[in-house]
Design a protein around this ligand. Structure first.
Ligand code: ARG
Length: 577
């Protein structure tokens, strides 16, 4: 149940009945201050302007037409023509009951499931995942989990960088390694592997020649090269899958849709774009000139789709990829999680695909881009020696730091308990620190903040969950077996219940725009509201049995909301910490 949608429908109806123009909208928002009620309608002024009447007069007419009996207990007209709405506490109680009784908290499960392709993580073969892949991986995964929860058909697309001319040098290097160091062929350090291959390529002419030769062979389908290539991909993906598991990310091997799978489509696309007059030859290369993008001289920008040596580019693959997702995967919507530097690239790819009529306008293409992770000095987050930080090193450090903190707080835990808590807290803290920031901007990575037990952090929310949970343990009842009815009397009960019922509005920000920071802020609100409810409204020592049951139910709804919300974010809850 979405209160905002419900009120929007009702007020829009009343606005029509009061003579407001058809297209005007009530603009319902959650109120920022209690004196403005729970929600307010901000759309009256604009509608009145169109009608040429006084906003307050229109507001009065709208309120006359408004039927919110049983939902709202008070309606105020304020200022130039705002309508403030105060929700009815009996209605809040009833809606809380409905949420609690439903395994999905009474969220609106879609009756028009969309096929949504989510392009995320996308590491590169023979390289270790670094902090840049963290953002794509976890923001994408939060969206995937949320969309699936709401009933959509989600296809995870891990657009792994597994193709390109660099594979010649990688195969040549793998071969060299196998011949010279067959025993330590674990490739445990992919980063060194890639760098070493590049070094040979740059310094050893014979090696470079062989590498170039292997590119041609690989592209021509040569069995030996294909087998070596497979090995490189497998080793990399085995390592990445272990990282996904560690990160509690839902990507599996079956979600790998690397660049290589589009290889066969590329020649046909280049030929077709030429036939349509969209692509032209320029000094041996094939280029699509786009009027919509200008280069620094103010001329149409050229996107190269085939190099002079016949090689294809990142853009060519992405054109094939969008066609594939539309035609084969039957996508209604495609979400791309890459950093903002790839924005122009994607816009150009989509524009070319539209111009060639490969995809219709109805296909929704969204780049959910993000900024960078910065160090405390405000510069891109790097190691002391200036290298990019490997994801696994970051997670190791988080685990070490969390272990120290948790051990200090709970010296009596068994080793197994400790490990479980440390894992949830360490990984949760890193993920939450990222997810709780607006993805559109850069953010500063700060160990102390993310592991703090106070403030908008994973440990704080995980701890809040354990506190609610412990009330039930103390009372010796299960979360789902509270009887009685929810009664809302105290202001703290009201505030908590109202916010609990706004869960869907927060979830929508993730599903529609891929903005998990809104869900994070919401869960943080829930945890703080619960805390002041708990301080002011005794639960186990409530005045009456009826009140005790009611408060236990609000506590149960809090626990379930925190649990489902954190699960959508890919963050584990624990029962004690
Ligand atoms: N592999 C790329 C990188 O590491 C990201 C791929 C994003 N997806 C896409 N369809 N281009 O930057």
């Amino acid at each position: 149940m979405n209160i905002q949608t419900l009120l929007t429908d009702k007020i829009n109806q009343a606005m029509r009945a009061a003579g407001a123009p058809q297209e005007s909208d009530a603009l319902i928002k959650q109120s920022a201050k209690v004196q403005f009620g729970d929600y307010q309608a901000n759309g009256i002024m604009a509608a009145a302007k169109k009608l040429g009447c006084l906003p307050r007069q229109l507001a009065e007419k709208v309120v006359e037409q408004l039927d919110l009996t049983g939902i709202v207990e008070k309606v105020d007209i304020a200022g130039p023509g705002f309508i403030n709405l105060f929700l009815d506490k009996h209605w809040l109680a009833k809606q809380s009951e409905l949420a609690l009784a439903d395994s999905k908290l009474n969220l609106t499960i879609t009756d028009h499931p969309q096929t949504v392709v989510v392009d995320y993580s996308a590491p590169n073969v023979a390289k270790e995942m670094h902090v840049g892949h963290l953002r794509s991986t976890i923001i994408g995964d939060a969206t995937v989990r949320t969309l699936e929860f709401l009933g959509h058909h989600v296809i995870r697309a891990n657009h792994v960088g597994d193709w390109g001319t660099q594979f010649g040098m990688l195969i040549a290097y793998l071969e060299k390694m196998q011949n010279e160091h067959a025993e330590d062929m674990a490739l445990s350090d992919l980063e060194t592997f890639y760098r070493a291959a590049k070094k040979y390529y740059d310094e050893d002419a014979q090696f470079a020649e062989k590498a170039r030769n292997y590119v041609v062979k690989l592209q021509g389908g040569d069995a030996y090269c294909a087998q070596m290539w497979r090995k490189l991909v497998d080793i990399t993906m085995t390592q990445n899958l272990a990282t996904y598991q560690r990160l509690n990310v839902t990507l599996g091997i079956e979600d790998t849709m690397g660049e290589s799978i589009y290889n066969d489509m590329l020649p046909g696309i280049v030929a077709d774009l030429k036939n349509r007059g969209l692509a032209v030859e320029n000094e041996g290369a094939t280029v699509v000139y786009l009027d919509e993008f200008k280069n620094k001289d103010g001329d149409p920008m050229g996107v190269i789709i085939q190099k002079r040596d016949g090689g294809y580019l990142y853009a060519t693959t992405d054109i094939a990829c969008v066609i594939y997702r539309y035609e084969k995967l039957k996508a209604d919507r495609i979400l791309y999680y890459t950093d903002s530097r790839q924005h122009q690239h994607l816009e150009q790819v989509w524009l070319i695909a539209h111009k060639a009529d490969y995809i219709p306008d109805s296909l929704k293409l969204e780049h959910h881009m993000f900024g960078m992770m910065l160090g405390k000095d405000g510069k891109p987050f790097k190691t002391r020696s200036g290298d990019t930080i490997k994801l696994n090193d970051l997670l190791d450090e988080a685990t070490e730091r969390a272990a120290i903190l948790i051990r200090q707080k709970n010296p009596d835990l068994t080793e197994a308990e400790l490990n479980q808590i440390v894992d949830a807290v360490a990984i949760g803290a890193v993920k939450y620190a990222d997810l709780s920031k607006n993805r559109t901007t850069d953010y500063v990575f700060d160990w102390d903040n993310m592991l703090a037990f106070e403030g908008n952090t994973a440990p704080y929310l995980q701890y809040a969950y354990t506190r609610v949970f412990s009330i039930f343990k103390k009372a010796n009842i299960a979360l789902d077996s509270v009887t009685g009815e929810i009664l809302i009397d105290d202001e703290k009960e009201r505030a908590l219940a109202t916010r609990l019922l706004q869960f869907e509005e927060a979830v929508e920000a993730v599903a529609k725009e891929g903005l998990p920071h809104i869900l994070c802020a919401y869960l943080y609100d829930i945890a703080t509201l619960f805390s002041s409810f708990y301080e002011n409204c005794p639960i186990l020592t409530a005045a009456t049995e009826q009140q005790k049951q009611s408060r236990l139910k609000l506590a149960a709804l809090t626990a379930r909301t925190l649990n489902i919300g954190l699960t959508m974010l890919g963050i584990k809850t624990i029962e004690k910490m």
